[in-house]
Design a protein around this ligand. Structure first.
Ligand SMILES: C[S@@+](CC[C@H](N)C(=O)[O-])C[C@H]1O[C@@H](n2cnc3c(N)ncnc32)[C@H](O)[C@@H]1O
Length: 250
C-alpha cells in the first residue's frame, strides 16, 4: 500500500445492525474486515466505582455472536482478509464457524498489551494479551514484508476509554498496513468506539462500519468528528519507520 492520500477516503458509519449493513451491499464488496464481536460474556465494566458513569452493557453479548460470519463470506472479495478478535475460551465456536462459512484459517495473531489488566486477582494469570484469527477468502499473498504473529501496543488508558472494549488506533493501523492494498475497502461490523474508522481514515482506506448501540455510536461520531478536524502531524509514509510500540498517541 503506497499510503499516499490523493483524496479523502470514503468513511461511512451507521447506527444499525451489521446484518442489515451486509444485506445492503453487493457480493464481493469488501476486501478487508476487522471484526471485534461480542464474545458472550455479558460484559459490563465494573472499574468505575460511581455506578452512574459505568459504560452500558455490550449488546448481543449473552452468547458468542457468530451469526454474521456466514453472510460476510459472500460480501467479501476473492482474496479478502478477515481479522476477528475472539477469546480463548470460545475459540472453537469462532474457528468452526469461520471454516464452515468457507474461509481458510491462516494464523492466530496475538495483541500484546504491554501492561496487564485485572481479572481474578488471586486466581488467574494477569491478562496481558488478546487473540485474533486471521482467515482469507481464497488466497492472499503478502507483497511486502511478511507480518509477524505478535503486535505490541499499549492498551488505551482505562481513564480515557469511551468504550469498554476499545482497541488502540495504532494497533489497527498496523494491521491495516500489513493487510491492505491500494483501493481496498474495509468493513468493521462492530464499530464500538470507532478506532478502526480513525485508523482507516488516517491510512487513506475506504471504510464502512456500524454499531447497534445508540450511545456508543454517538460517542464514536463525536470522536471521529474531533479527529478529522485535526490535521495529521506526519505524512502516513513517515509514520511506520519507528518501533511499533507507542508509535501513535491520540
Ligand atoms: C467488542 S465491542 C467492539 C469494540 C471496538 N472494536 C472498539 O475498538 O471500540 C462490540 C460492539 O458490537 C456492537 N454490536 C453488538 N451486536 C451488534 C450487531 N448485530 N451489529 C452491530 N453492532 C453490534 C456492540 O454494541 C459493541 O459496541
Amino acid at each position: 500500500m503506497s499510503k499516499i492520500m490523493d483524496r479523502s477516503p470514503i468513511s461511512i458509519a451507521e447506527n444499525k445492525d451489521c446484518m442489515d449493513m451486509m444485506r445492503e451491499k453487493p457480493d464481493g464488496f469488501w476486501d478487508l474486515v476487522i471484526a471485534d464481536p461480542p464474545y458472550g460474556i455479558s460484559y459490563q465494566s465494573s472499574r468505575r466505582t460511581d455506578k452512574k458513569s459505568r459504560k452500558p452493557k455490550i449488546q448481543n453479548d449473552e452468547s458468542p455472536f457468530i451469526e454474521w460470519i456466514e453472510p460476510l463470506f459472500e460480501k467479501m472479495n476473492d482474496g479478502g482478509r478477515l481479522v476477528c478478535f475472539y477469546r480463548w475460551d470460545v475459540q472453537d465456536m469462532f474457528l468452526n464457524e469461520i471454516k464452515r462459512s468457507g474461509f481458510t484459517v491462516k494464523s492466530q495473531i496475538v495483541w500484546d498489551k504491554v501492561v496487564h489488566g485485572m481479572g481474578d486477582l488471586l486466581g488467574e494469570f494477569a491478562p496481558q494479551h488478546e487473540l485474533m484469527i486471521y482467515a482469507t477468502k481464497g488466497r492472499f499473498e503478502f507483497t511486502g514484508k511478511r507480518p509477524k504473529t505478535i503486535y505490541r501496543h499499549q492498551r488505551v488508558d482505562p481513564e480515557k476509554l469511551i468504550h469498554p472494549n476499545e482497541k488502540p488506533v495504532d494497533l489497527l493501523k498496523n494491521i491495516i498496513l500489513d493487510l491492505s492494498q491500494d483501493g481496498n475497502k474495509l468493513f468493521d461490523p462492530f464499530l464500538g468506539s470507532g478506532s478502526s474508522r480513525i485508523a482507516a481514515w488516517d491510512m487513506g482506506l475506504d471504510y464502512w462500519g456500524c454499531d447497534l448501540d445508540k450511545d456508543y455510536f454517538c460517542g464514536e461520531e463525536k470522536r471521529f468528528a474531533a479527529h478529522t478536524s485535526k490535521p495529521l502531524l506526519f505524512q502516513p509514509d513517515e509514520m511506520y519507520n519507528f518501533e511499533q510500540t507507542k508509535l501513535f498517541t491520540e
